[in-house]
Design a protein. Structure first.
Ligand code: PMV
Length: 351
């Protein structure tokens, strides 16, 4: 498996500031989940998490400084962003400006290749691409670790999309000062040997989620009697998964991923009021995955803050797994993804 772990940054401008910069990043799927924050403002999670960056659905973001403008202008697929989505991007730009000592507004244009509403985490690729493009445009010379910390502030899972392949996000210390907590919470690549995974993605419902992951996490941490137990067992899951990756045991990786995800959903079901992302079709796919295993094909499910199911399997089995899953969701969309690359700068233009 090949993955790029460095974010390419070539800067030649005298002032160190580019008039514009364009970056690309891919979504990631967590195999050990991030669920629950210690600090909402800094986005410090309660547990470590581990993910696989995908090779499909890149997000491309261009940040162009606009010295004359009074406001930031943000579009997604050519349409101006409004409301909470717009607020999050502008808050992120404020963070970059504060660090760069700049007051200049920006024009931010993002193109998502995820089919609209496909239910794949576009905030991870979105904020990873924005972190790379905005930091270059504003002249911050950040290494991949610093970019991961920065991307985290936009969306926790974005910290992992800075890297290709498998990535581990260290939660950092809850008892530290704000500055120390920020420094300690970043992702890094997990080197693995000759492993050839695929994720078969079953989009069972492309509609917007009923409860945002932010709200669902908060409610789970505050009210679910199962949360602490999952957080404790997730530590063991992570250690076991690292060992399984080290010995290139994809079946063990899958087993651990499935139990970690089901445990996360159990914490939500026990929240008050309950958060339930499963749809009937979600269970149909989970049944089909169990059936595949009974028939001798290793396949393991994971689900995020939505009804869609991602099935981890060996690359050579991906076609068969996709066929089986397609049969379970005739109205859904089924896609096959492999390990994808790190976020990177495509180009920057001088002032
Ligand atoms: O980064 P957020 O705030 O979109 O949260 C992502 C949460 C999960 O997708 C459910 C789990 C994960 O680790 O990606």
């Amino acid at each position: 498996m090949r993955s790029e772990h460095r974010v390419t940054s070539v800067r030649s401008q005298e002032r160190g500031t580019a008039a514009s910069a364009t970056a690309v990043a891919h979504p990631n799927i967590a195999l050990i989940k991030y669920w629950g924050k210690h600090d909402e403002r800094l986005v410090i999670p309660r547990t470590d998490s581990l993910s696989l960056t995908l090779d499909i659905f890149p997000t491309t973001t261009r940040v162009q400084l606009a010295p004359e403008a009074q406001h930031d202008a943000v579009t997604l697929d050519g349409v101006p962003l409004r409301g909470e989505a717009q607020r999050r991007v502008i808050a992120f730009l404020e963070l970059v400006r504060e660090r760069a000592g700049s007051l200049q507004r920006a024009v931010v244009d993002t193109e998502n290749t995820v089919p609209t509403g496909a239910g794949l985490a576009s905030s991870a690729s979105g904020f990873a691409a924005l972190a790379v493009a905005a930091s270059a445009a504003y002249g911050l010379d950040l290494d991949a670790t610093a970019l991961s910390r920065l991307a985290r502030r936009g969306s926790g899972s974005a910290s992992r999309s800075v890297f290709g392949g498998f990535a581990l996000w260290h939660a950092g210390s809850a008892t530290a000062t704000a500055a120390e907590a920020d420094l300690g919470s970043y992702a890094e690549p997990v080197p693995v040997g000759d492993i050839d995974p695929a994720l078969v993605i079953a989009v069972v419902n492309a509609g917007p989620k009923s409860v945002s992951s932010r709200e669902a996490m908060r409610r789970t941490v505050d009210t679910s009697p199962l949360y602490e137990a999952w957080a404790v067992s997730s530590k063991d899951d992570l250690n076991e998964m690292r060992a399984a990756l080290h010995r290139v045991d994809l079946d063990a990786v899958g087993e651990i991923a499935e139990r970690n995800a089901l445990g996360m959903h159990a914490t939500m079901l026990a929240a008050r009021p309950a958060v339930r992302y499963f749809a009937p079709a979600t269970l149909t796919v989970l049944d089909r995955v169990q059936q595949l295993r009974r028939e001798g094909t290793p396949a393991y499910a994971t689900m995020d803050a939505g009804p869609n199911v991602k099935v981890l399997c060996h690359r050579q089995d991906a076609g068969r797994v996709a066929e089986a899953v397609r049969g379970a969701v005739p109205d859904g969309t089924v896609l096959i993804a492999g390990p994808g690359p790190a976020a990177r700068l495509l180009h920057e233009d001088g002032p």
